[in-house]
Design a protein around this ligand. Structure first.
Ligand SMILES: [Zn+2]
Length: 80
């Protein structure tokens, strides 16, 4: 699993990350999280919905894997 996914508790600079709601016209009410101390290229900034979409896609993949594993287990059971 990609360790970059999910909400990091701290930024690379060591400051805690904070969750905020965007108030811009372009992204009204959109939630994001960022470095609590600084903003800039080397600090955490991520849209929450983009991250959730990535996590959901990963979960869907896992579900498919689990379904496959269950099928294999059932096959093995039938043989024994
Ligand atoms: Zn930072």
């Amino acid at each position: 699993m990609d360790l970059q996914r999910g909400i990091p508790r701290t930024c690379d600079c060591g400051a805690a990350t904070i969750v905020l709601t965007s108030g811009t016209i372009k992204n009204p009410g959109r939630r994001f999280y960022r470095c609590g101390a600084n903003s800039g290229q080397n600090h955490v900034f991520k849209w929450l919905d983009e991250d959730l979409a990535a996590i959901k896609a990963e979960l869907d993949d896992m579900k498919k894997d689990i379904t496959e594993i269950i099928k294999i287990i059932e096959c093995l059971r039938m043989k024994s």
